[in-house]
Unconditional design. Structure first.
Lengths: 417, 244
């Protein structure tokens, strides 16, 4: 029997029980739709996090002090105080590190900011005038502080949009030139960073940067000239590894450490961070997909159930077909194709519904969740896979009922009422 | 099929049963449905197999129709020993050599008359000319104008004529009719029997299974079964020629 005839036969069988076929398809539709949608949400999250990591600055290598140990007990990430301004200067030496454009030191300070009767809490970093270039920040109003400000430990600050929102009711131009207090010290607002967006990695607009010398003098509470990280910018995306190696070698030499495993600092490239986040989001996507796949299996069982009913109902028809010369394989094919059409059609509808919902969620996400929900990204492989799996489910769950039909004894089948 | 012939047949025997027995197991009880039946049907014969219910005529029909295999004995259909055939070959034999007409018509519901008649040709793997042959078969039973109708839109007599067309479409060696008038009023029943007689007059071999003596009278030869044995085998009076 030819495939075309088997297909027409299957379609006429399905259209004979339209409601039943539709309900059975619904099971697969929901399963496939759920897989597409949830995998799209997972992929969307992954894409967004990647974009944000790119936004942290391109071609970046981070250098952190190694974990400080006290009596063999690690004191936690970045607790050591092994990085110095001398290290930063050495990394900026083109002769030693040709693949490094700029290295900037960061020291972290914290404190309540006050402007008139408003107050706000933001992470305050001490750094140098190269900070916007390295971390991909644009200046929206005013200007970045200068190297002169760094030399003179000027009490100036550049703030992010979130700080402006909370202290100056969102008016960036009004903020420039005003004086705010950080840890009860007065700082003049020199400039405002353009917004970079939030979500995922935390709010990148809730920042304030001051000259590092100023931070050491007024904000870090006499902890000395501590540098909590050095951010190194490589000359290009293909020189990140070279820059990372140069930074490691320079610091090993300066700290007089021969064995790299004993280093009192650690480096991490953006790629390293991307990799670890991809692992997390990959696992998340897999988990979401697996949960959705359960509903796909339930849909498959629905197909098997209805196919068993169909075979029983059509026992007599099967007997007739066998009497007029249908072979076992003909009967098997007829019911297999019927169940595969059922699941394949359900799969196609599920793909339409899933992508439709994903698109709707993408457009409605900002309204619903205020930006905390990343727009779903439907990937072509997940669509193809979903379709293949749905047809496969029809095949898998159709085999048992179809085989039951194929091995029916024609005499008994003809006698069946 | 020439190599499957079991020696050259002396005459043109279509059906040759030699000492055929059939034993069923129903739980622990063995039921002997046929006890050594021997029967020879030549090409072009119109034979009626008669018997009360339980006489074994249904079992005999199933064996002649290759729906079932004998427990012992030999059955040659058109010279082929069916006991040597596997499931697929039996299906092919049913498809090409036997045309079934059942008491309850047994048309496929929700399929047009034409599609029902086409079906054996589909299973025969025929592509080209299928529709034309099906139409010709419907025309032969006088139902070409009902080709697009579904079984539930046809009268009982018309449904049975569609069934006859379906049985004939593959040009089978025998037409096997099991109580073909059992579900029909006497008028339609008579029509079907006349159709059978006509087909036989055109040279078609017909085996009619029935318990009604009136119907058996349409055949040229009547075989009576009782308790799984042939009790008589004699020519019929062919009353139908008078009654037509």
């Amino acid at each position: 029997m030819k495939l075309v005839e088997a297909l027409t036969l299957a379609l006429s069988g399905l259209s004979a029980n339209r409601l039943r076929s539709a309900l059975t398809m619904l099971g697969i539709l929901i399963g496939v739709g759920a897989v597409i949608l949830l995998v799209a949400v997972g992929t969307g999250t992954s894409v967004q996090i990647q974009t944000q990591i790119q936004n942290l600055g391109s071609n970046i290598v981070y250098v952190y002090p190694a974990n400080q140990r006290a009596g063999g007990v690690s004191q936690g990430f970045g607790t050591g105080q092994t990085l110095t301004q001398g290290d930063v200067d050495a990394l900026n030496d083109k002769a030693q590190a040709p693949d490094i454009v700029t290295a900037i030191p960061i020291t972290q300070a914290q404190g309540i900011m006050v402007y008139q009767n408003q107050n706000w809490f933001a992470a305050t970093s001490g750094t140098t005038e190269d900070f916007p270039q390295v971390r991909n920040y644009e200046i929206a109003a005013g200007a970045m502080f200068t190297d002169g400000d760094v030399r003179n430990a000027a009490k100036v600050v550049v703030i992010g949009q979130t700080v402006v929102d909370n202290l100056f009711a969102g008016d960036a131009d009004a903020a420039v030139g005003q004086t705010i207090k950080i840890q009860r010290q007065s700082f003049r607002v020199a400039g405002v960073f353009a917004p970079k967006g939030s979500a995922g990695l935390g709010n990148q607009d809730n920042i304030a940067v001051v000259p590092i010398s100023t931070a050491w003098a007024y904000l870090t509470g006499g902890r000395g000239k501590n540098i909590s990280q050095i951010i190194v910018e490589a000359t290009g995306s293909d020189t990140v590894t070279a820059a990372q190696n140069e930074a490691t070698q320079i610091l090993l030499n300066r700290h007089q450490i021969g064995d790299p495993t004993q280093a009192d600092f650690q480096t991490q490239s953006q790629q390293d961070i991307l990799n670890s986040f991809s692992q997390i989001t990959g696992a998340l996507t897999l988990l979401l997909g697996a949960i959705a796949a359960i509903s796909l299996v339930v849909g498959g069982i629905g197909i098997m159930n209805i196919m068993l009913v169909t075979v029983t109902e059509r026992t007599r028809e099967i007997g007739i077909r066998k009497a007029i010369g249908a072979r076992r394989s003909d009967i098997l094919l007829q019911f297999l194709i019927e169940s595969m059409v059922l699941s394949g059609l359900g799969g196609v509808l599920g793909i339409l519904v899933g992508t439709g919902l994903a698109a709707w969620l993408g457009s409605a996400a900002p309204r619903i969740a205020g930006g905390s929900l990343p727009p779903p990204v439907v990937s072509v492989p997940s669509v193809l896979l979903a379709f293949g799996v749905s047809v496969g489910i029809g095949l898998f769950f159709g085999i048992y009922p179809a085989n039951r039909a194929a091995v029916l004894n024609p005499i008994e089948a003809l006698r069946y009422e | 099929m020439a190599d499957e012939h079991q020696g050259a047949p002396e005459s043109t025997a279509i059906i040759e049963l030699e000492d055929v027995s059939k034993v069923y197991r129903m739980g622990k009880v063995e039921v002997q449905a046929l006890k050594g039946v021997s029967l020879r049907v030549g090409a072009g014969e119109f034979i009626a197999i008669m018997g009360a219910s339980g006489s074994g005529k249904s079992t005999l029909m199933n064996i002649i129709g290759c729906l079932d295999l004998p427990t012992s004995g030999r059955y040659l259909l058109d010279g082929v020993d069916v006991r040597r055939l596997d499931d697929n070959q039996l299906a092919a034999v049913r498809n090409r050599k036997i045309g079934f007409v059942f008491q309850s018509f047994n048309l496929i519901p929700r399929s047009s008359a034409l599609h029902n008649v086409e079906m054996p040709l589909i299973y025969a793997g025929l592509g080209a000319g299928r529709r034309r042959r099906a139409m010709a078969a419907l025309e032969a039973v006088g139902l070409s104008e009902r080709a697009r109708h579904q079984p539930n839109e046809l009268s009982g007599g018309q449904q049975q004529r569609v069934a006859v067309a379906r049985a004939l479409v593959t040009e089978p060696a025998i037409l096997l009719a099991d109580e073909p008038t059992g579900n029909l009023d006497s008028e339609s029943g008579l029509e079907i029997m006349r159709l059978m007689a006509e087909l036989n007059a055109q040279g078609r071999t017909i085996v009619l299974i029935t318990h009604e003596a009136d119907l058996a009278a349409f055949a040229r030869r009547v075989v009576r079964l009782r308790d799984g044995e042939v009790v008589s085998d004699e020519p019929s009076e062919r009353r139908w020629e008078v009654s037509v």
